[in-house]
Design a protein around this ligand. Structure first.
Ligand code: ATP
Ligand code: MG
Length: 426
């Protein structure tokens, strides 16, 4: 039955051959996050459906079209998280984290779920690294957050991304903009998709973000939020630009960025790639000063971003990043005869204690077949352990990568191999 041997549409297996690339990326992300004062938070994979309706916004594509919502056996409506921010805010409120020392900075590495049309870089189960900052209202925080994103890419060896920034104002200045946008859209209503015709009254900015080609076409020449910013929002935006210039971070102002989630205010930004196909936005983020209050907390300025790990790894590959080799074995010990095989097993334990990736046979293979297998796995070294080696107390350490063979003592083998590996690292 095909359903037993094929994964659901839009999901992806991360196979052992490439999981090392992901782990490398994830470790670097968390390590860099720590340098910027972010610690990890883990929240549940599913939450009450209302959290996302309120937190993401019920006129967004995510809520209207993309959520995995179901009733559990107790009759409650729950939703697999489509994004990470709402859950983080919920947790911060539930545990009173916003009453503690601010700013609160936290980050997460999570699977997310959206019912979308699967294509390259767009999946139904995908993964995000995200970070949130609660407390600061100054553009210092926006600039530092963007600098953090730039550092993440730099430390991963990623090139070829461009930073686009925009401001989508605050509820006060947006009111005037919405009027202008509604008037613009009203003239073109017959050219919009069904969803947009419905939501253009309540939330006209969502039309600008609609993926439907008819809507994208219809909104060319629409008024842009930047022309409507109030004094405070305009000051915040120029403050951000000054700081980015000071930090030497290159950017383009892109008045078309509005972001797909309702909670953004003021700064929005994206890191975009030209090298990974149509789904080129690797990272998106911004300020969401209204969200904490929307979810029942006291007004708390906040900002954050999320990047897609699938798109990140695609970009790493296209940038020719140096992924560390994730080989199965540093050394393979081929046992010959009962005593040799037992010694191989025992020595493997010693080697692993020294942090060496070691392996020996458990398939009852001949020595020749064991050596062939070692070669196939890409092991660095191999040695045969038979009666004569045990008697002599030494074995021949063969390099499987074209280096010289050498005779080494069995006693202290783990130390010897450890030293060899450390020397070859440099
Ligand atoms: P897009 O415009 O591509 O739909 P979005 O605005 O919906 O993106 P966000 O909600 O901002 O995306 O999510 C942040 C990041 O998560 C995106 O920039 C992208 O890298 C990644 N992402 C979002 N949706 C998907 C998906 N369905 N599959 C893979 N990655 C995704
Ligand atoms: Mg989307």
């Amino acid at each position: 039955m095909a359903v037993l041997t094929s994964a659901p549409r839009g999901t992806q297996d991360l196979l052992p051959d490439i999981s090392g690339k992901w782990r490398f990326a994830e470790e670097k992300l968390l390590e860099t996050a720590a340098l910027y004062g972010f610690r990890e938070i883990r929240t549940p994979v599913f939450e009450h459906t209302e959290l996302f309706q309120r937190g993401v916004g019920d006129t967004t594509d995510v809520v209207q079209k993309e959520m995995y919502t179901f009733q559990d056996k107790g009759g409650r409506s729950v939703t697999l998280r489509p994004e990470g921010t709402a859950g983080v805010v919920r947790a911060a409120l539930q545990h009173g984290l916003l009453g503690g020392a601010l700013p609160l900075r936290c980050c997460y590495l999570i699977p997310c779920f959206r019912y979308e049309k699967p294509q390259a870089g767009r999946l139904r189960e995908f993964h995000q690294f995200g970070a949130e900052v609660f407390g600061p209202s100054s553009p210092d925080a926006d600039a530092e957050l963007i600098a953090f994103c730039a550092a993440l890419f730099e430390r991963l060896g990623i090139t070829g991304l461009s930073l686009h920034i925009n401001s989508i104002g605050c509820p006060a200045c947006r009111r005037r903009y919405h009027e202008a946008l509604r008037a613009f859209l009203a003239e073109r209503a017959d050219r919009l998709c069904g969803t947009c015709r419905e939501r253009m009254e309540k939330n006209p900015m969502r039309v600008l973000d609609c993926k439907s080609p008819v809507c994208q076409e219809a909104v060319t020449g629409a008024p842009v939020m930047l022309d409507y910013l109030c004094e405070e929002c305009a000051g915040h935006f120029s403050g951000l630009r000054e700081r980015l210039d000071m930090l030497g971070i290159a950017y383009t102002v892109d008045p078309k960025i509005v972001r797909g989630l309702d909670y953004y205010t003021k700064t929005v930004f994206e890191f975009v790639s030209g090298a990974i196909g149509a789904q080129g936005t690797v990272l998106g983020g911004g300020r969401y000063d209204g969200l904490v209050e929307e979810l029942g907390g006291s007004p708390t300025p906040a900002l954050g971003f999320a990047m897609g790990i699938e798109r990140l790894v695609m970009q790493m590959e296209s940038s020719g990043c140096a992924f560390p080799e994730d080989r199965l074995y540093d050394i393979y010990l081929a046992g010959m005869g009962g005593a040799g095989r037992r010694e191989a097993l025992r020595l493997c334990g010693d080697l692993r204690q020294e942090g060496v990736r070691a392996g020996c046979d458990c398939m009852d293979r001949s020595v020749k077949a064991q050596m062939k297998y070692a070669d196939k796995t890409g092991a660095l070294y191999a040695a045969v352990l038979g009666e004569s080696e045990l008697e002599a107390g030494e074995c021949t350490l063969k390099s499987l990568r074209g280096g010289e063979a050498r005779t080494v003592r069995l006693e202290g083998l783990a130390d010897t191999v450890r030293t060899l590996l450390d020397e070859n690292k440099n």
